[in-house]
Design a protein around this ligand. Structure first.
Ligand code: GCU
Length: 341
């Protein structure tokens, strides 16, 4: 992790120097006639250019530029160029990167309360998750980053996560036994996989393809668009729709940056983040289908777990609630209750 952080620092330094020379690199707009911005800020995104969250980031940058009359320019760096998620979060805490979109799994080792919103089989479906995130509970979590050096701006969609494997399909709980499964660098995700009898291998997102290819892991887990866009289906062609987690994502700004920005820009930036989030959600819904179609036509074998088998996965994961959420059982109850309506 240390080595990656250092690497990310060097990359960041090079990029900052580069953008001073090339001006609006990454924004893709001609702004020669615009006045010089007062603030030129960085935005880290670890997904490829054509991914819904990246397109959301570009939309956000455009809106902020327009609505601040060109005074705030946000330069989006996609494809993990500014470093992987954990190091991005570390850097943001002291202002090394200004904005990012991150998965709550990466955030929750810094902000443990965030585990609550990504517990296995917590939401019945996507509507239930959005009902929670857009309601009073979601707002409470957006306001819960005080003291962590970060400010939350909006929620992004990342669908449901499923397991996929290289050599043989996962059709029953027993198939997980002994499998080496890549997880995000998150204690909760380690526990989720271990509860199924597999052994968890924490690893950064951009290392998964080659680990599957080399055989140093047997399986991984992610949503359809990530499975597709990172081309994991080429090296792990068995995809099992078990929907074990729905992990929301957040747009964040560094608190250091936030305090540097005049108050008059705060509400504008929040509003632009929310607008970009609504846009991302629309793109997400389309992309799930496109990705599923693409990987199926590339020859992937998709296993749909029966309700009974899914129930066995769910049951095996239940003890994790006591381990990770014992202080938050009231919120868990509220979330489960919302799902019954
Ligand atoms: C999703 C998420 C990424 C995350 C990745 C992972 O693709 O959008 O932000 O890094 O999962 O599994 O690491």
């Amino acid at each position: 992790m240390m080595r990656r952080t250092l690497l990310a620092f060097c990359m960041f330094g090079m990029l900052a120097a580069g953008s001073a020379v090339c001006g609006l690199a990454g924004c893709g707009r001609n702004r020669q006639d615009s006045p010089a911005p007062e603030f030129v800020l960085t935005y880290a995104e670890n997904q490829p250019e054509d991914y819904p969250t990246t397109k959301g980031a570009y939309r956000f940058a455009e809106l902020v530029y327009e609505k601040t009359g060109g005074k705030v320019e946000i330069q989006v760096s996609a494809a993990g160029v500014l470093g992987e998620e954990q190091s991005t979060i570390e850097q943001m805490r002291f202002g090394g990167i200004d904005f990012a979109r991150v998965s709550l799994s990466s955030l929750s080792d810094f902000v443990p309360g965030m585990n609550v919103l990504q517990m296995p089989y917590l939401y019945t479906d996507t509507e239930h998750m959005w009902q929670v995130l857009e309601g009073e509970i979601g707002d409470r979590f957006l306001d819960s980053l005080d003291g962590f050096g970060l400010v939350a701006l909006s929620w992004y969609d990342a669908g449901a996560r499923n397991f996929y494997s290289a050599a043989k399909p996962i059709e029953r709980l027993e198939d997980m036994k002994g499998m080496r499964v890549r997880v995000q660098e998150s204690e909760l995700m380690k526990a989720v996989v271990e509860a199924l009898g597999a052994s968890a291998v924490p690893m950064a997102y951009d290392e998964v393809y080659s680990a599957l290819e080399k055989g140093s892991i047997d399986a991984a887990e992610n949503n359809w668009p990530s499975y597709d866009s990172m081309r994991h289906y080429e090296v792990a062609p068995f995809y099992t729709v078990d929907e074990h987690t729905r992990v929301p994502e957040m747009q964040l700004v560094s608190e250091v940056t936030w305090k540097k920005l005049p108050e008059e820009y705060h509400e504008i930036i929040r509003q632009c983040a929310r607008e970009s989030a609504a846009y991302e959600r629309r793109l997400w819904a389309e992309r799930i289908q496109e990705s599923e179609e693409r990987v199926r036509s590339a020859g992937c074998q998709v296993v749909e777990l029966s309700a009974e088998e899914k129930g066995r996965f769910r049951e095996a994961m239940l003890p994790i609630y006591g381990e990770y959420c014992s202080d938050y059982m009231d919120i868990i109850e509220e979330i489960l209750e919302a799902g019954k309506r």
